[in-house]
Design a protein around this ligand. Structure first.
Ligand SMILES: Cc1cc2nc3c(=O)[nH]c(=O)nc-3n(C[C@H](O)[C@H](O)[C@H](O)COP(=O)(O)OP(=O)(O)OC[C@H]3O[C@@H](n4cnc5c(N)ncnc54)[C@H](O)[C@@H]3O)c2cc1C
Length: 439
């Protein structure tokens, strides 16, 4: 079985990113940001725009990790429904969190417009198609909750989903007009260009190796130098490594994998997502799909844990494309790539305070295009001195996922379990499951 050549579609169609150099020597600044994805760059941008001197350290190149690899679906809100958040946190804090996270796409599309980022941005909405009658009932509740809060969300019938997606598989769905799509790598590179224009510095190929506290300041050591500052923001999400073992234990990194077809012939294009929405369905191992600017269909779902996957590892994705869109049989698949998604036990992103001036934001559960951008701004506001009550986002205790050491094994077992549940549901079984993580 041949090994797949992994290459992301986005790396071929994004404009080049800025050229940055590794950090060398000893520096002092006002804020250090570790990680140059959406979280870190949004934090750096908002800090620099408020007049702070900022240094960003990135272990790889800009967009080489999740922010340059994802599906580019700009999804409003977090996984738990608005009423659940208000019950969990109380009406005031819960309501603020619902408002902050629901407005995530506003922030993304405003930044893109204000900073002039060329990233194929399109705000046509986001669809959540229902894979079962039970899921449709749940979506109807979700729609009702958002409508009570004035959001532009509606419930779709089976025929409306067929019309908007081109797939006859779904029972109905939810359309959220606040959502949309971006070319994710172009977006993160555009954010990096904007950060550099503020005068902030970004050092790529510069892993933060150690973090220490000296004379009331943080010092970050890198292979060829160090930088110290009173504020450090850790924005490493699913790729969190030894820089903070305690943070790494708060999440489980789950692989997600995508395939992209050749451009769909023009005569077929009007049958698939004709209005340009993105979609993520309600299977436990959800499938997410969209078109890019040149009409390629991109579909993502659970990933493989292998570093060098074989063709057989993506048969599931090919089958999913053909099940959803039988008219695409015969169109070749040209790009295959994957990355890690950070899942938290409560399905919420977490803002942490790890020490004086030491902040972290992570755990977007597959919804980080909008949420990580929002989190970056929240982190910047907190670092600039905002009170927790003003942030619209709670500060969470740093709690390890139980049995984290086994989480690699656990994530594999969980994927098999969810696959079995989806399989049963496909055969018509009524299945109720309570699972802590849903990739
Ligand atoms: C395949 C896939 C599909 C997805 N699809 C979607 C989608 O369609 N919509 C959506 O909303 N979300 C999606 N997501 C999730 C989304 O991509 C992430 O939530 C988001 O990009 C997180 O941004 P981030 O900046 O926090 O993390 P990242 O973009 O991963 O950035 C973290 C950075 O930290 C760096 N780093 C790590 N350790 C160190 C260190 N010690 N020193 C210096 N740098 C370090 C890493 O190199 C990395 O660049 C998807 C994710 C994947 C993997």
């Amino acid at each position: 079985m041949p090994v797949l050549k992994l290459q992301s579609l986005w790396s071929v169609t994004a404009p080049p990113g800025p050229v940055c150099e590794p950090l060398s020597g000893t520096q002092r600044t006002q804020a250090v940001v570790i990680g140059a994805g959406y979280t870190g760059l949004s934090a750096a941008l908002h800090l620099a725009e408020a007049g702070r001197e900022v240094v960003v350290l990135e272990a790889a190149e800009i967009g080489e990790r999740a922010s340059g690899l994802n599906g580019g679906q700009v999804i409003p809100g977090v996984k738990p429904d608005p009423d659940v958040l208000e019950r969990l946190l109380g009406p005031y804090a819960g309501g603020r969190l619902v408002a902050t996270t629901g407005a995530g796409p506003d922030l993304v599309f405003e930044l893109i417009a204000r900073l002039g980022i060329e990233c194929e941005a399109k705000r046509a909405g986001w669809i959540q198609p229902a894979t079962s009658e039970a899921a449709l009932v749940q979506l109807a509740r979700r729609v009702e909750q958002w409508l009570r809060r004035g959001a532009a969300v509606s419930l779709l019938s089976r025929s409306e989903v067929l019309q908007l997606t081109g797939s006859a598989l779904y029972r109905g769905g939810l359309l959220d007009r606040r959502g949309g799509t971006v070319q994710p790598l172009a977006y993160v590179r555009g954010l990096a260009q904007a950060v550099l224009r503020t005068g902030a510095r970004i050092h790529t190929r510069t892993p933060a190796l150690r973090l220490g506290r000296r004379n009331g300041s943080w010092s970050v050591e890198t292979p060829q130098g160090s930088v110290s500052a009173p504020v450090v923001i850790i924005a490493t999400n699913a790729y969190t490594d030894g820089i903070s073992e305690e943070l790494r234990r708060t999440l489980v990194a789950v692989p997600s994998f995508q395939v992209a077809t050749a451009p769909v012939p023009v005569e077929l294009r009007s049958t698939i997502l004709p209005e340009g929405q993105a979609a993520s369905d309600t299977w436990h191992l959800l499938r997410y799909f969209r078109l890019d600017a040149s009409g390629r269909l991109i579909l993502g779902s659970r990933g493989t844990f292998s570093q060098s996957p074989h063709l057989r590892d993506v048969q599931y994705h090919y089958q999913a494309v053909h099940e959803l869109f039988p008219q695409l049989k015969g169109i070749p698949f040209e790009y295959h790539w994957g990355g890690l998604v950070a899942m938290t036990q409560d399905q919420l992103p977490h803002l942490h305070e790890l020490g004086p001036g030491l902040l972290a934001g992570l755990g977007y559960n597959g919804r980080g295009v909008a949420m990580a951008t929002v989190m970056g701004r929240v982190l910047a506001r907190r670092a600039l001195g905002a009170q927790v009550a003003e942030l619209g986002f709670p500060v969470s205790p740093v709690l390890p996922v139980p049995f984290h050491r086994l989480s690699g094994v656990g994530a594999r077992a969980m994927i098999q379990y969810l696959r079995a549940i989806d399989g049963l549901a496909r055969l018509g079984g009524r299945v109720r499951s309570r699972v802590p993580f849903r990739p």
